[in-house]
Design a protein around this ligand. Structure first.
Ligand code: 6R9
Length: 658
């Protein structure tokens, strides 16, 4: 059986992992990538990126590849002009591929829709015309709070077409989370739907927007897709139905070319403080790296492949590897609305069989869930079309890797374990199918054109066999251009740790094996990774403390066999709280409270009531010790605690079953 995933386990595997899987001669012969790419990029990095930028159609060619003179604020393809949506849609129609399916959309209840590139062009044009009618123009912000509906893709591309920035907020986030993101970006329009299907039931979504928008002075209109037909409250003048507003528009729209550095989107992600960071991405560099990586890492052959990335567009993976990369490359892809077990646990494999999916990209947590459900489920379907499998979001444990290859990949497919972040915009470290000798559990090497290192606290390269912090030591085209409205926090978060060396600090620990391959070991900061989603400990702590019964809270991410990490909270209750405030029901109420404040993904797996929290003399909570408790380990060094008896008290209390 699989061992729980996590840092210590990954390290153990690293020490014992000796399996390698060279590409088959047959795959290598037809592969998009070749070993020469590394040498080519090494010889002249900027010339290499110039060549990749030529994958796109530019209205005006750039005159400088990279301007790093204002570091850490990069400019790529300076002077170039392009329209991102034109690159993802119109140019494929102009090239005679209008009849190619862009999106095979599959609804959870079983409805489906095939959208060709020509149709996508019409839908995006209509949406752009509607948004323009609502006063959205270049530089404005639009909040998108939608599940995996075609309208989500139309909306994102319509923004790109107008030069407006989208801020997609994951549909699983609470109204509170939505409100703070809308306010931070000062979005003018919000796009949502009446309700969303989840495991066969329609759940309200617009209601959250109503709650959020009650406190967002910038929102002028809410555009509402009718997905489930459930009842909604209506605010005349503010609310507009999609089918009444968008459908009547002209399906012609002329895209305008924008500067290569024109902002494309903001996407909020958790940092080490409670306030989410609005990661800002721009146009030319982002789309270049999205298209380049999608082509090489997935070995995409747009005429014959059917690609499927199972991420939600609320996360960066959905931005880069559902919307921008695949569509820039003219791919045919599957977009699925629902969960993997609706209505049955073979749903993904049924979809793979139905559409002949050849490239499949998912997260380790999903793979481990499939393992739990059993290999006999995928065995009932024809998965022979699959030829490349991808993984993203957290380290994939070697056993899950092996299972994925064996039971989904028929024992032959290459697996690409892709390391990247919301901030990096696109894949940075990954094997190349057809080139790399794959190693289960290791993301292996930076892609051609990308440079990464593992360094010690002083920034010295640790060399083969060494472990330390992952840094990116050279700028890359899809890199974030800052944090929305907070340049100071941008410098501080990513560039201050190795300021003299000019390294970007990713927040991840990593290790080289003796072959020089990279192993990612998880976050080294107070960010948890639950099912591949980043959640900060502070965010959950703030949510807990906002409940009237809680005086203080400390949260840690503990190893979890399915979700990678699970959230474990330690709370001190308020003096006045009633005696049963520590009971099961009260804990369930607290879990619900967190869910309402942040969203169901942030719900603690476990809440333990304690009398004290372990703190250093300077008052910093020692999460390391709480993690020991949460993972049932012997408690580590307590010598820096202000009061070393606290841990005894916590352990004794827990043993009594409180
Ligand atoms: C794309 C995405 C980024 C964090 C990152 C790291 C973890 C992502 C990984 C991985 C090991 C991989 N992570 N991919 N760790 N191996 N292949 O997930 O972006 O949501 O911003 O998370 O996820 O810890 O720092 P994001």
């Amino acid at each position: 059986m699989t061992q729980p995933d996590g840092q210590s386990n990954t390290l153990d595997n690293l020490l014992s992992e000796s399996r390698t899987f060279p590409p088959s001669a047959e795959f290598a012969a037809r592969a998009n990538a070749s070993a020469e790419l590394y040498a080519e990029a090494e010889a002249d990095r900027e010339a290499f990126w110039d060549k990749q930028a030529e994958r796109l159609t530019w209205a005006t060619k750039w005159n400088q590849t990279l301007d790093w003179s204002q570091a850490p604020f990069a400019k790529w393809f300076v002077g170039g002009e392009l329209n991102v949506a034109y690159n993802c849609v119109d140019r494929h129609v102009e090239a005679g591929n209008g009849d190619r399916v862009a999106i095979h959309w599959e609804g959870e209840p079983g409805d489906s829709r095939a959208i060709t590139y020509a149709e996508l062009q019409r839908e995006v044009s209509k949406t752009a015309n509607a948004l323009a009618e609502l006063g959205v123009g270049a530089g404005d912000r639009v909040a998108i709070y939608l599940p995996m509906l075609p309208e989500a893709v139309f909306s994102m591309l319509a923004c790109a077409r107008l030069g407006a920035l989208h801020s997609v907020v994951f549909g699983g986030f609470s109204s509170e989370a939505l409100r703070s993101r809308i306010n931070d970006a000062e979005a003018k329009v919000a796009i949502t739907c009446d309700g969303q299907y989840r495991r066969g039931k329609a759940h309200p979504l617009k209601a959250n927007v109503d709650e959020a928008v009650a406190g967002t002075p910038s929102i002028e209109h809410v555009l509402v897709v009718n997905r489930t037909g459930i009842d909604v409250d209506w605010h005349d003048g503010r609310d507009l139905w999609w089918h009444e507003t968008v459908d009547k528009q002209s399906d012609q729209h002329t895209p305008e070319a924008f500067d290569s550095e024109h902002p494309l989107f903001i996407l909020y992600t958790s940092g080490t403080t409670g306030k989410p960071k609005g990661i800002l991405h721009t146009s030319g560099g982002f789309l270049t790296q999205a298209a380049y990586t999608h082509h090489h890492v997935f070995d995409l052959k747009p005429e014959s492949d059917v690609y499927w990335c199972t991420a939600d567009i609320g996360w960066v993976t959905g931005h880069t590897y559902i919307v921008y990369g695949p569509l820039a490359n003219g791919a045919t892809q599957v977009v699925y609305e629902g969960t993997p077990n609706a209505p049955h646990e073979g749903r993904h494999w049924e979809i793979v069989q139905k559409y002949g999916v050849s490239l499949y990209y998912t997260a380790p947590t999903t793979i481990r869930t499939f393992m739990k459900w059993g290999a006999e489920i995928p065995a009932q379907y024809d998965l022979s079309t699959l030829r490349v499998l991808g993984s993203v979001g957290e380290p994939i444990n070697p056993e899950a890797w092996m299972w994925y290859r064996e039971h989904i990949g028929g024992g032959t497919t290459p697996i690409v374990d892709t390391w990247w972040q919301t901030e990096t915009g696109a894949i940075m470290i990954s094997p190349l199918p057809g080139v790399t000798h794959a190693k289960p559990g290791s993301a292996q090497v930076p892609l051609p054109g990308i440079s990464a290192k593992v360094v010690d606290d002083n920034g010295n390269d640790v060399g083969p066999g060494g472990g330390g912090l992952l840094v990116l030591d050279k700028p890359w085209p899809a890199m974030l251009r800052g944090i929305w409205g907070d340049d100071e926090r941008y410098r501080d978060t990513y560039w201050s740790r190795f300021a003299d060396l000019g390294y970007y600090f990713a927040g991840d620990g990593a290790k080289y094996d003796t072959d020089g391959d990279l192993w990612l070991l998880g976050r080294v900061d107070d960010v948890m990774n639950v099912s591949g989603h980043r959640i900060s400990t502070t965010e959950v702590e703030s949510a807990l403390v906002s409940h009237p019964t809680v005086a203080e809270a400390a949260v840690v991410g503990a190893d979890d066999p399915t979700t990678g990490q699970g959230i474990v909270a330690f709370v001190i209750l308020r003096g006045g709280s009633s005696a049963d405030a520590g009971g099961d029901e009260a804990m369930a109420t607290l879990r619900e409270h967190v869910s309402k404040e942040i969203g169901p993904i942030a719900k603690p797996r476990q809440i333990m009531v304690v009398a004290e929290l372990p703190k250093t003399r300077s008052g910093k909570i020692m999460r390391r010790l709480l993690r020991d408790v949460a993972e049932n380990r012997e408690i580590g060094d307590v010598s820096t605690l202000a009061d070393s008896s606290v841990m005894d008290m916590i352990s004794a209390g827990l043993n009594k079953g409180t």
